[in-house]
Structure formats: C-alpha cells, structure tokens
Design a protein around this ligand. Structure first.
Ligand code: PAJ
Length: 276
C-alpha cells in the first residue's frame, strides 16, 4: 500500500483520505465523492478501532459488512481500500496515544471519557500511514471533526481537514451505522433530534438570545418523546466548542445534541446563525 501511495505521489498526484469504521452508508459515500471530486487518488479506510470503545460499549457487536463495503467503495471509485487487521494497526502493548485536551472533554467526552483519545490516536496513525493528504470527515460527528482539526494544528500534520455536511434520511434522521440497532418504534421517533434542533434555531430567528433558553426548549422537545433518553444539548462556538459567555451575539454557532434510543446513542447537530 505504501508503494502505491509513493508511486502516485511521485507523479505529483494529490491524495484524499476517508477514514471510516465501515458498514458504509450514503454519509460515508458522500465523503468519498467529495474526495473523488477534489483529489487524484482516493484512499478510504475501514477499521473498527477498539481504542475508541470503552469496556461495555458495542465493539463486538458493531455492525460489519466487509463484502458490501468493498462493493460500495468500488462503486464510489475509491482507488485504495485499506482495511487492516487489528495486529496491523496495534502491537500487543500500545504505549503511545494522542489526547487532545479541553475540546475533547465536554459533550461526547463527558459521557465517553476515553473515546476521543482513541479516535485521535487511530486518526494520527492513519495520517502517518497516508502521508500528506486532504482528509474528509463528516459534520455528523461535529466534536470529532473539531478534535481532529485541533490535533492537526497542534501536531503539524501535513493534512488539510475537510468537513462535509450531514447526509440525512428523507425524514431528517442523520445517517449512522448505529441506526441499524433501532427498533421500528425507535426509528420512527429518532427524527425528533433534528426537529428539536430546528425548533431551537427557529426560536433564535424569532428573537430568543438566551443560550440556556434555546437549549431548554430543545431538551424539552426531545424529552417529550418517550423513546428518547436525552443525554445533552449544547450551544457552542463551532471552532472552540466553548459555550458563549452571555447572551447570543450576531454570528455562527453550533447546536448539538445526543440521546439514547434503546441501545444506540444518536448524535445530531445543526448550524445556528444569529442575525445582526
Ligand atoms: P464512522 O462512524 O464510520 O464515520 C466515518 C466518517 O463518516 C466520519 O467522518 C463521520 O462523521 C462520517 N459520517 C457518518 N455519518 C455521516 C452522515 N450522516 N453524513 C455525513 N458524514 C457522516 O467516525 C468514525 O467512523 C471513526 O471515529 C473514525 C474517524 C473512522 C476513527 O476511527
């Protein structure tokens, strides 16, 4: 694989990297399409990374479909599909990890304290394997995207990080491999996340400027759905993920939420524009 990458680079080609954990859906494929449009050589990776799962999480049951994934990657015109075995990525004893402070600790990090160190470590390894490239990540995992951007800036990786918009089902549910766990009732309830976030944004358009009132409104809409167990609602600066100090000033913010629907925890987020 290294040989294939060295060869394309010798020819001056640009490399587009799309890291995934597989069970590919249209969200993943949109990243591959963006990479295909922007770069000469598209490398997608599939690796269900044990470091980012805590004990008791769904590592063993994480949905997998290697044959289907290979066919989808081929149809997406991916040049190289890298799907390493565990031992190819990690030795028996991993003594070096990457952790990104601050930005990793709120929201997902509060519920899953070891998660982002696992993500940052595997993504750092994939960047080292791929070399200089553009790397494509979905806004679906908005905090992950911010963590990776910060890691790239802090550690000077020769990587340009590109964030891509969330791909949704027609009823608004953000595509996720974990949607496969939903029962029919939970599946029907799950679009409440986007609906609630949009209601929060609409309240701001109607004049609300108190961030906690916006979050409370969103939380109440989600809590009213019996299938949903709310985890958090946050209104933050999109780069630092810090909440605003006081009332909302004109500018762009991000609204994020997570809730459990039976087994899976689902995430969603939208941009929030505060008009001048
Ligand atoms: P995974 O959940 O497989 O997601 C791979 C990439 O697809 C991520 O960048 C994610 O944000 C993006 N993605 C998922 N659903 C999407 C949607 N509905 N619309 C747009 N993009 C979407 O995220 C991971 O894997 C892992 O943490 C990884 C970065 C590969 C490290 O192990």
């Amino acid at each position: 694989m290294r040989w294939a990458l060295d060869e394309v680079r010798r020819e001056g080609a640009t490399v587009g990297l799309v890291p995934t954990m597989g069970y590919l859906h249209e969200g993943h494929l949109s990243l591959m399409a963006a990479a295909r449009a922007d770069t000469d050589f598209v490398m997608a990776t599939i690796f269900v990374n044990p470091l980012q799962f805590a004990p008791g999480e769904d590592l063993a049951s994480y949905p997998r479909d290697p044959d289907g994934d290979r066919a989808k990657a081929e149809a997406a015109d991916v040049d190289l599909l890298f799907s390493p075995e565990h031992d190819e990525m990690y030795s028996d004893q991993v003594l070096t990890t990457v952790s990104v402070g601050g930005i990793s600790q709120s929201m997902e990090g509060a519920t899953r304290p070891t998660h982002f160190a696992g993500v940052a470590t595997v993504v750092a390894k994939l960047f080292a394997i791929a070399g200089p490239c553009r790397a494509y990540f979905g806004e679906k995992d908005f905090q992950q995207l911010a963590v990776i951007r910060k890691m790239v800036a802090d550690l000077s990786f020769p990587v340009e990080v590109i964030g891509c918009p969330i791909v949704r089902e027609p009823d608004g549910l953000a595509l996720s491999s974990r949607n496969a766990y939903l029962t029919p009732d939970q599946r029907e309830a799950a679009p409440v996340l986007e609906r609630a976030l949009k209601a929060g944004a609409a309240s701001v358009r109607a004049g609300e400027r108190d961030p906690s009132a916006v979050c409370t409104l969103i939380g109440e809409i989600i809590a009213a759905e019996p299938e949903a167990e709310l985890d958090y609602v946050a209104l933050v600066d999109p780069a630092t993920l810090e909440p605003p100090a006081g009332i909302l000033e004109p500018g762009t913010y991000r609204l994020l939420t997570a809730a459990r629907f039976g087994i899976p925890r689902l995430l969603d987020n939208i941009a929030l524009e505060v008009p001048g």
